[in-house]
Design a protein around this ligand. Structure first.
Ligand code: C2E
Ligand code: MG
Ligand code: MG
Ligand code: MG
Length: 290
């Protein structure tokens, strides 16, 4: 337990633990204000079909801009939002923002672009998830197949029967489902078959390993996905050599700095218009700088 005392008239907590929890509380406070005040922002990163160079989708990635223009990355506040329950409010805000953006792209002649959203464990288990999605789709007249829900392999492995039931609900609604960071968990093959996911996203770690000639995990995931009728996307593709190997292994799609960094919607819209939603496989466009 933290020691408490008075110093200079202020309530004073002794070092480390108490100051960490005070910081946590203040961060949580700020985050709640940021969500309520519509201060969070979403960046979007394209996903490319490897054989054709077509941009088939974008992934929505949340950021928290500070007054000085600095962006706090999600890894620094999503876990906190998750622990405090604020993630539900954040998720509602994100879904509304994403659906509004899909409607804007439709009006700009960029209809048909799917958006993948990340859903954490608390959100995935939350009873309101399906209604929330259905309502947002209705509000902006968005075809359900333009939304993909990403859950990490570790979330997917939690309670098999519950996860299978929830994915069935999502599929009935018509949204797509991707298993994120795939290869870092230990899904059984039989279980994976029952999940009925649309897409496996090979974790960035295995794409990084390709630089040292280690391609066996990526190859295994690609073959596994295809045996089960699931498309496979490689995360974190940074170099043309990785893209070339992935193409030769028959990987369906890729996402990474090689093509574009996550960027604000307006910047991505320009990029999509310039590229005609299609990139040259041998000469990817220079990356969007964040
Ligand atoms: P993720 O879903 O696996 O997202 C991929 C992460 O890899 C993103 O980091 C992206 O910016 C980064 N990335 C993409 N291409 C490359 C590359 O070529 N090289 C490298 N080194 N990195 C690349 P980001 O945006 O910092 O997001 C981190 C994680 O935060 C995400 O991992 C996701 O799990 C979570 N997250 C992001 N947005 C949301 C959200 O709206 N809700 C929830 N629940 N989680 C979110
Ligand atoms: Mg993701
Ligand atoms: Mg991932
Ligand atoms: Mg991740």
């Amino acid at each position: 337990l933290a020691k408490q005392g008075m110093r200079g008239g202020l309530l004073w907590f002794s070092p480390s633990m108490s100051s960490a929890s005070r910081q946590r509380l203040s961060l949580l406070n700020d985050l709640e204000l940021a969500i309520g005040g519509n201060q969070l922002t979403v960046h979007y990163q394209p996903q490319i079909e490897l054989q054709t160079g077509q941009v088939i989708a974008v992934e929505a990635l949340v950021r928290w801009p500070l007054p000085d223009g600095q962006l706090i990355p999600p890894d620094q506040f999503i876990p906190l939002a998750e622990q405090s329950g604020l993630i539900i409010e954040l998720g509602e805000w994100l879904l509304d923002t994403v659906c509004k953006q899909i409607a804007t792209w439709r009006d700009q002649g960029l209809g048909g672009l799917r958006v993948a959203i990340n859903v954490s464990m608390v959100q995935f288990n939350h009873d309101g998830l399906i209604d929330l999605l259905a309502e947002a789709l209705r509000r902006y007249l968005i075809p359900p197949e333009l939304i993909e829900v990403e859950i990490t392999e570790s979330v997917a492995m939690r309670k098999p029967e519950d996860v299978i039931a929830r994915i069935d609900q999502l599929k009935r609604l018509g949204v797509q489902v991707a298993i994120d960071d795939f290869g870092t968990g230990f899904s059984s093959l039989a279980y994976l078959q029952r999940l009925k996911a649309d897409r496996l996203k090979i974790d960035r770690a295995f794409i990084r390993d390709m630089g040292t000639g280690e391609t066996s995990i990526a190859e295994m995931v690609i073959n596994l996905g295809h045996k089960l009728g699931i498309r496979v996307l490689a995360e974190g593709v940074e170099f043309p050599a990785q893209a070339a190997i992935l193409r030769s292994l028959g990987c369906d799609e890729a996402q990474g700095y090689l093509y574009a960094k996550p960027a604000p919607a307006e910047l991505l819209t320009l990029w999509l218009q310039e590229t005609g939603q299609s990139i040259d496989n041998d000469q990817p466009p220079s990356s969007i700088s964040p």
